[in-house]
Write a new protein. Structure first.
Lengths: 337, 337
């Protein structure tokens, strides 16, 4: 596991340099501190590592994939800046969020600028036409995922559209649609674009997509578990963020609800629907969820997806790279932060 | 003048169809009403008309330019959706703004979706590589223009970044930098991209850029005059919007301030800096500005720019199209709404 952290660290620092380079294009000096803030807050850089490792798995090198990898990580950070506005989130990675630090207006302007830095990266890839098409499709999927995530929130809204389309119940199928768009689509794109950077075959593209999709779903399942049960200090944000944000779109919650007594279920839903859940409420909800088998079930499901993802790697020639991809997907599933 | 309205109407309806087609890609049924709202509110469609007419001026036809023209108009509407969030604007064209109608979250998601519809249009043009480069550069310029526009606002802010970088004084040079980015850059791009759609020469591209830049500055000068002195019913928004929004970045204001008595100048600045200017305050400010020669001066300047712009049209072969471009730029300058 320390190997993969080393690989992530090394690739991540190259990706960070490239992201800053792309963000600098067309940004006046006074604006740079605004646009740098989000990426300088750090991150595991898992998505660009996938892009680079898939490029290597086909036979390409890091340099071939670096602009694309940076573009992919910028897509992720673009979505985070705006998610933080939408979720009214103040803190990420123990730092103020971009809109909180610089105000809503500059948060929005930073996000628009990110999208053009993504385009800048895409233009510099070996296959701009194919890659810009995938990026456009993927960002639209992120929007649809975020739209559903918002509509899965349980706090009654005084906005007509939200209230009209809000989900009173969320099925596991609804949930999978949402996380497919919101999380797995970008991880799938990260993998596929890596193959394209090395001019890999259509079959390899397909295998990379399959790997990315399954690893992406597993990643989100693990994330949902961590949101409720991680060690708060390592998480870098409040435990139970989904509950504070009234989100029914957490798989552990959805799995646990039918397993609770009627009284406990009503209590959990009441907390989700209350305007400002107290820390005590959230702790009690987490304790109730912990008593069920939901978390075990979700972790087993994630484990299965991870194993399925790995078997999509057979056709790639560079076994050193596929070995790292296997370790990376294990890391995603086992991580504790 | 009725000719050009007919041309705008005909081209506009083709552009509208194409915009809706591009916006539909990847938008779930429930989301379509959100993303359609902004373009269905209407607009003069001047920018896409410029794209199509420049394509024709080189010798191309409408179809060659239609996707690019729709992409250009979507850039404009993308910026309007987000400007309305940034300016906290409730009404545009006598309709609620997107964020006001659907809530902030869906306003932001609609805007992200617009950017991908722009990409979709760009991908469908005859020269995606060149056009996506110009669009990316232009959107970054719009961001910088909007950033300056926000920093030219005179209401003291409790946000650290805004207060640190806020302009206490705005020179005419600062103003021109701002409107160059915020308005002229996109009009320049509209013209240049039209030439590219018809594979025009580098010289024609340059001439189109010059036309667009000068027409764009003239357009903004005319807009600033209209914001203060138009007939309110025709304008579709409140007269003196810039004053309500504390904006010193209006050329009539900047020209008039040195011409006012110290007492009147202090009064105007006090209104601009007050939290909520009353309708009476705004009317009094407009009356003071009307007494100066500022508006005449600005209109003369716009007229000069329009004439200079026209002389950039000499090298284009299709004189029917250049004639329409001349009429269009006159229309921009003379319009009363």
């Amino acid at each position: 596991m320390s190997d993969i952290l080393q690989v992530l660290g090394k690739l991540g620092s190259q990706v960070d340099d490239k992201m800053l380079e792309l963000l600098t294009v067309g940004a006046s000096k006074d604006f740079q501190e605004v646009v740098f803030h989000q990426v300088q807050a750090g991150g595991k850089r898992v998505r660009p590592a996938l892009t680079i490792l898939f490029c290597q798995a086909v036979g390409g090198n890091t340099e071939d994939a670096l602009s694309a990898a940076a573009a992919i990580e910028l897509v992720h950070n673009y979505s985070l800046i705006l998610d933080d506005v939408i979720d009214d989130a103040d803190v990420r990675r123990n730092l103020p969020t971009t809109w909180k630090k610089f105000g809503l207006n500059f948060g929005i302007l930073a996000a628009i600028h990110y999208r053009e830095a993504i385009e800048e990266g895409s233009i510099r890839t070996p296959n701009h036409a194919a890659i810009s098409r995938i990026i456009a499709d993927t960002i639209r999927e992120l929007v649809e995922g975020e739209r559903l995530d918002v509509l899965f929130e349980q706090l009654p809204s005084n906005e007509e559209y939200t209230e009209k389309h809000r989900y009173r119940d969320v099925s596991l199928e609804d949930y999978e649609t949402m996380i497919g768009y919101k999380t797995a689509a970008l991880i799938r794109a990260s993998c596929e674009i890596g193959v394209i950077c090395a001019a890999g075959s259509k079959e390899m593209q397909k295998a990379a997509r399959e790997f990315g999709w399954k690893a992406g779903i597993a990643f989100q399942l693990a994330d949902d578990v961590l949101d409720l049960f991680a060690e708060e200090a390592k998480l870098g944000k409040k435990l139970g963020k989904d509950i504070y944000e009234h989100k029914l779109g957490n798989v552990v919650l959805l799995q646990a609800l039918p397993l609770l007594s009627q009284a406990d279920r009503d209590y959990v839903l009441q907390v989700l629907r209350s305007d400002k859940p107290t820390e005590n409420d959230v702790k009690k909800v987490i304790a109730l969820l912990k008593q069920t088998t939901a978390s075990d079930f979700v972790q087993k499901k994630a484990k299965q997806l991870v194993n399925d993802a790995k078997s999509a790697l057979d056709s790639f020639p560079n076994k050193e790279a596929t070995q790292l991809l296997e370790t990376l997907v294990d890391f995603i599933y086992q991580r504790s932060f």
